[in-house]
Design a protein around this ligand. Structure first.
Ligand code: AKG
Ligand code: FE2
Ligand code: ZN
Length: 554
């Protein structure tokens, strides 16, 4: 195992670790749309008129995909102070398979900020042993695993180990360093650590230590003598359907709304793999392994199963308080979106933020609803599997596009390419919810308008001097992001060569790079008339349930 030499300040994005270098990207100016310019009744002719009269000699301003000229801002906390700052975590105990597959379970999960589903693995007869360390080493011993070095400490503190003054101070900022190893090597470490810690704690008679390992000795706040450095094995990619066929097939026993892939899951319409989002990721843990505070990428929901044998402890805060946590992060010198932080519970309670705190036992599935802020620590030795899901609801879609816009302003890469996704949704799905339909149609409208004004600008300004070449998207082709500002570049790509590789930019960054767009090739990936046809054909569906257009005939 190779640990990086100097610890780097780790920030979390897309379940990956990046250094703070990525924060140097400039914020861009985004034009919002007033309420009058969009309604779902707007027909295609209106659209053509609107585009025709727009001037084309200045580059079009990047559009906002939030309707009514709304500017994304962190929400104010609810007006009335919550009466319970330590609410009981919503928990469902399933007893039958029917209960697991019922619509009520989905409705319940979507009505709570976070919930624990207990008994799911039992009633569905899920073989979680397929994700045990033993099976993992038998299946893919050489598979890569990312390792984070952390300090083992009780879950309600986060000491600043960089300080030399005693006693150590409790802080928000988490530091860890990253390296890589293999499943086999981490498994060996997990087993050794189990024996080591059991030996260390052998004077303590707690039977819990067999699977749950934070020792009493270690949780003594005033003593740092026995603070261990531990390794957390994270982000193991289980997306390869050949390597992990048995494991992935097992997860198809889950109810549709929890499946990694299903037509009702927005993330299944992206058309390519986004690691850890529409594919499964595995975490391998020893006691004290920490996943710092975060919301899921673009506020999507998440499903997480503890494989065991030990427990995990979760902390979670409702979506509506993310603004308060955002402010507390800033006060504590950490970036809410991409920083690595472990909230001081007292700070949250003082700010009247209710915190769910609960234990996830082996076999429990935790459902993290849209935008719920959460942080997790292993109590024992265990593995977890996790992925994201996107229910096709207005709340989920709005939260995703709002975070997409917030990311542009901050700036931070949106791991979910929401514009590309929206075009696919319009192609594949029938929507019967008026609010959701309006939102999707608005996004398509803004996208189409931007493409049209961009093309007309290129035509007016550069005439025939800029080649615009057709390069249609291939199946499974990943979405393109601007190399400079990291925003999603949909359809019109500005391509240059950098170190013998082709790199893509958005129009704004391409113009900053070279005002005359010299040595830039412009590619388009979709035929404008095809996009217009999709826009036109996407209509509100009046059927009782939204279903997939391309039903497979029996
Ligand atoms: O198991 C873990 O530590 C990851 C938890 C998490 O953030 C998730 O599943 O969304
Ligand atoms: Fe998470
Ligand atoms: Zn850019």
């Amino acid at each position: 195992m190779h640990a990086t030499k100097t610890p780097i300040d780790i920030i979390r994005i897309d379940k990956r670790l990046l250094t703070t270098d990525h924060l140097s990207i400039k914020t861009k100016y985004i034009k919002t749309e007033p309420i009058a310019s969009f309604s779902s009744d707007k027909n295609f002719n209106d659209f053509q008129k609107l585009i025709k009269c727009s001037p084309a000699i200045v580059p079009p301003t990047a559009v906002s995909y939030l309707p009514d000229g709304r500017i994304p801002t962190p929400p104010q906390p609810p007006k009335c102070t919550p009466f319970d700052l330590k609410p009981t975590t919503p928990t469902i105990v399933l007893e039958t398979r029917q209960e697991a597959l019922s619509g009520e379970l989905q409705q319940y999960c979507l009505s709570q900020p976070i919930c624990v589903i207990r008994g799911l693995s039992n009633v569905l007869k899920l073989d979680l042993g397929l994700f045990s360390t033993k099976t993992l080493i038998e299946t893919e011993p050489e598979h890569q695993i990312e390792v984070r070095m952390q300090r083992q400490q009780p879950s309600d503190v986060n000491f600043d180990f960089s300080s030399t003054t005693m006693p150590l101070k409790n802080v928000w900022k988490c530091e860890s360093s990253r390296s890589f190893t293999t499943i086999a090597k981490y498994a060996q470490y997990q087993a050794y650590s189990y024996h080591d810690m059991c030996k260390d704690d052998s004077n303590e008679s707690s039977t819990n230590n067999l699977t749950n390992g934070i020792s009493k000795k270690n949780s003594n706040r005033n003593s740092t003598a026995c603070i261990r450095t531990i390794k957390f094995g994270t982000n193991v990619d289980l997306s390869d359907e050949k390597k992990w066929s048995v494991q992935l097939a097992e997860l198809n026993k889950l109810p549709l709304f929890l499946r990694v892939q299903s037509t009702g899951n927005i993330l299944s319409h992206i058309g390519h793999t986004i690691l850890g989002m529409n594919s499964v990721q595995l975490y391998m843990k020893v006691p004290g392994s920490r996943t710092p505070g975060h919301q899921e990428n673009n506020n999507f929901c998440a499903a997480n199963i503890n494989i065991g044998p030990g427990d995990c402890e979760w902390f979670a805060v409702d979506f509506q308080y993310w603004g308060v946590i955002h402010t507390l992060c800033e006060k504590n010198g950490v970036n809410f979106l991409v920083g690595s932080w472990w909230p001081i519970l007292e700070d949250l309670y003082n700010a009247h933020v209710p915190v769910y705190r609960f234990i996830q036992k082996p076999g429990d599935l935790v459902f993290v609803n849209t935008g719920c802020v959460h942080w997790v620590q292993a109590i024992g030795w265990c593995n977890n599997i996790a992925w994201n899901v996107g229910p096709l609801t207005y709340t989920q879609y709005y939260a995703a596009i709002e975070r997409y816009e917030w990311n542009k302003l901050n700036p931070c890469k949106s791991i979910v390419p929401v514009i590309h996704l929206t075009w696919n949704i319009a192609r594949n799905i029938r929507v019967n919810d008026r609010k959701l339909f309006d939102l999707i149609k608005f996004i398509l409208y803004q996208s189409l308008k931007y493409i049209q004004s961009l093309l007309s600008y290129l035509e007016e300004t550069f005439d025939d001097n800029i080649p615009i070449r057709k390069q249609l998207r291939t199946t499974n082709e990943p979405v393109h992001y601007c190399i400079t500002c990291e925003c999603e570049v949909f359809n019109i790509l500005f391509v240059t060569e950098l170190d013998r590789k082709h790199v893509v930019r958005c129009l704004d960054c391409a113009l900053l790079h070279n005002k005359q767009l010299e040595n830039i090739v412009v590619l388009y990936q979709f035929i404008l008339d095809d996009l217009k046809a999709i826009y036109e054909q996407f209509q509100l569906c009046f059927m009782p349930t939204s279903n997939h257009k391309k039903q497979i005939e029996p």
